[in-house]
Ligand binder design. Structure first.
Ligand code: ZN
Length: 338
């Protein structure tokens, strides 16, 4: 399958993250992409489509913040990665902040997503990989393409970062697909964690269907979103479909949820499918708690292929580095009918 990736995506290399009250090595590391690339053989570099498609999803003030945040951090006489520590959970007003610490709280929703020296460039090129893979579907005669995105995107909203995500690659591709006349678009999120950013971006949008199968937010990150009663609002009422599942979920339970999500997507009348693929549903994943095997990854791909829609796969999570490449390859092979 056509794979799009830029080595510039690996300039993003935060040193550590706060997890369970302790500092630990950053799980969303450059080694993840090395594991996938070792399985994929070759990858095509994205072309630079500029900022327009990014700004079709993300707030300009937020994008400007991402571009300059690390320099502002250094300008305060600090070193290392920029991490927020104060978050305006109540009384949020549209103030314009100058202090980097205020901006980190304004635009971030967790303390586990540092902004490092290379973060902006890598997030930018990760989005360009999604856009170039979409172009291969739209213009290049491909029916399936894989954007090997890193950093991932599904937790990022129009004006916020979190969950290792800065720019929402799937949403940027979905908006670009609509602009190319390829809609209606459905986004299917099969990462272990709920894709709260993608849901938020399209929550009141009748043109993009969002379906997600994920760990129950009562037990797992991102906690506040992804509950079964979140179904969209306004014009988008009924175009959000959440399937939270308990820790320990294996193939039988997962397959039933996947079947319902695929049925809902077919019922919506989507003409293009974007899959937010996370391999962190794998049994051995160090930060997740489902029980899927590498063979199950192949089965997920095969079930999705039965929709027979042009499909763009966008990489999200997956943190078992030794197995990550094999799991991604198994999923893509299932999708290709192999
Ligand atoms: Zn995840």
């Amino acid at each position: 399958m056509l794979t799009v990736y830029s080595p510039r995506q690996n300039a993003h290399d935060p040193l550590r993250e706060l997890n369970n009250g302790e500092w630990m090595a950053y799980a969303e590391s450059p080694a993840r992409l090395e594991s996938v690339l070792a399985q994929m053989g070759e990858a095509t570099a994205p072309v630079d489509n500029g900022l327009a498609a990014i700004l079709a999803v993300h707030d300009p003030a937020y994008v400007a913040f991402l571009e300059s945040a690390h320099q502002e951090w250094l300008a305060q006489g600090r070193s290392g990665d920029a991490i927020g520590y104060a978050f305006p959970i109540c009384g949020r007003r549209p103030l314009t902040h100058d202090r980097i610490d205020a901006k980190l709280g304004q635009f971030g929703f967790d303390a586990a997503t540092p902004i490092a020296a290379g973060t902006w460039g890598s997030a930018y090129w990760s989005a360009q990989s999604a856009l170039s893979a979409l172009a291969a579907l739209a213009e290049g005669g491909e029916s399936q393409a894989f954007a090997l995105c890193r950093p991932p995107g599904h937790h990022a909203g129009a004006d916020y970062f979190g969950g290792y995500c800065y720019l929402n690659n799937a949403a940027i591709a979905a908006r670009a697909a609509e602009a190319r006349g390829l809609g209606p678009v459905a986004v299917l999120d099969v990462d272990y964690h709920h894709g709260n950013g993608t849901q938020d971006i399209f929550y009141e949008d009748a043109g993009v269907f969002f379906a997600s199968i994920h760990a129950d937010p009562r037990t797992d990150y991102p906690y506040y979103w992804g509950h079964a009663d979140e179904r969209g609002a306004g014009a988008g009422e009924g175009t959000t479909f959440n399937q939270p599942l308990p820790r320990g979920t294996g193939w039988a339970q997962y397959e039933a949820a996947l079947g319902k999500a695929l049925e809902a997507i077919a019922g919506f009348g989507a003409r293009l499918l974007i899959v937010s693929y996370g391999a962190d549903t794998f049994a051995g994943d160090p930060i997740s708690h489902f029980a899927l095997t590498t063979e199950d990854m192949h089965r997920i791909g095969a079930r999705i292929a039965a929709l027979a829609l042009p499909t763009l796969v966008v990489m999200e999570g997956g943190y078992h580095i030794a197995a990550l490449g094999r799991n991604v390859a198994a999923f893509l092979s299932g999708l290709e009918g192999g």
